[in-house]
Design a protein around this ligand. Structure first.
Ligand code: B12
Length: 236
């Protein structure tokens, strides 16, 4: 079993010490943080979800693995803190009212932060009016909502209605995600976008804000412009 497999297994075992040790070791050896999250941590949590659906483990086991996963994500976040720079945009993020699942939402938050966005995470069980207030106060360009329960997805629609009622619909792009929703549902409730995982959420936000895709974290100067300027300087 490789290190990523060991990490996934430690999530299944709910072994926090092992998770932190493996995450630290992988990152110190130069591993890609996105891979640490998506293959190691999420891989482990997917197995937990599968075992739970097959009634092989109890809900208490799921809760323990979820807590350990959170510690792992927090460590990745601390060790990979993006250098201070002008954010690409401001995102208000939260899990909708009635829903306390936050693992997927947290992953979306960390990926957006690594991708250069400033994220205001409102947590879980967020009321529509809390979203409205935060978007207004933070002057956010993106509102991102997460839902895992089919019983709570309609609170996304209620939130969109509340944003409209506040006269802010043209000022903010709204994206949704989570196990309980789909692209079709996003279209139906009038959201601007949907993505099925955290990495594509970053591309989605860039696309909605019309930010040029760089294919990575390199947001340095446009080399064509730099070269042209150099040429012009040497001509004079
Ligand atoms: C962990 C878990 C829990 C944990 C949550 C811990 C936590 N801190 O989040 C606990 C044990 C507390 C829990 C509780 C419950 N759970 Co639960 N839970 C799960 C489980 C096993 C895994 C969810 C998860 O974290 N997946 C891993 C993450 C990484 O994936 P993800 O959430 O899908 O997120 C990714 C994408 O969806 C996307 N994404 C997510 N959000 C967003 C947002 C945006 C804007 C974008 C762009 C993308 C995006 O990016 C993420 C990363 O790539 C799932 C089963 C499963 N296999 O998924 C059930 C599941 C979601 N739970 C379920 C249920 C029913 C419950 C309970 C009602 C159980 C109960 N009887 O009490 C309660 C709900 C309480 C409540 N009011 O919310 C059902 C939902 C069924 C349904 N269709 O409604 C599921 C599907 C289990 C099942 N098969 O029945 N649960």
């Amino acid at each position: 079993m490789d290190r990523y497999g060991e990490l996934a297994q430690a999530i299944v075992d709910g072994d926090e010490i092992q998770v932190l040790k493996t995450v630290r070791r992988l990152l110190k050896n130069g591993a890609d943080p996105l891979k640490v999250i998506s293959v190691g941590l999420v891989g482990g949590m997917e197995s937990v979800g599968y075992m739970f659906s097959k009634k092989e483990i109890f809900i208490s086991d799921v809760i323990i693995s979820a807590r350990v996963m959170k510690s792992g994500i927090d460590l990745v976040r601390r060790m990979c803190k993006a250098p201070a720079r002008r954010p690409l945009g401001k995102v208000v993020l939260g899990t909708v009212k009635g829903d306390i699942h936050d693992i997927g939402k947290n992953l979306v938050g960390i990926m957006l932060e690594i991708g250069g966005f400033l994220v205001y995470d409102l947590g879980v069980n967020v009321e529509p009016q809390q979203f409205v207030k935060a978007v207004k106060e933070r002057n956010a360009q993106i509102l991102a909502m997460s839902a895992q329960l089919t019983t709570t997805v309609l609170n996304m629609q209620t939130t969109i209605e509340a944003i409209k009622a506040a006269g802010m619909r043209d000022d903010v792009k709204i994206i949704i995600g989570g196990l309980a929703v789909s692209r079709r549902f996003a279209d139906k409730i009038g959201a601007d976008g949907y993505s099925h995982d955290a990495s594509s959420a970053v591309c989605l936000c860039r696309r909605l804000l019309k930010i040029r895709q760089t294919g990575g974290r390199n947001r340095g100067p446009d080399l064509r412009i730099v070269k042209r300027q150099r040429r012009e300087r040497s001509d004079t």
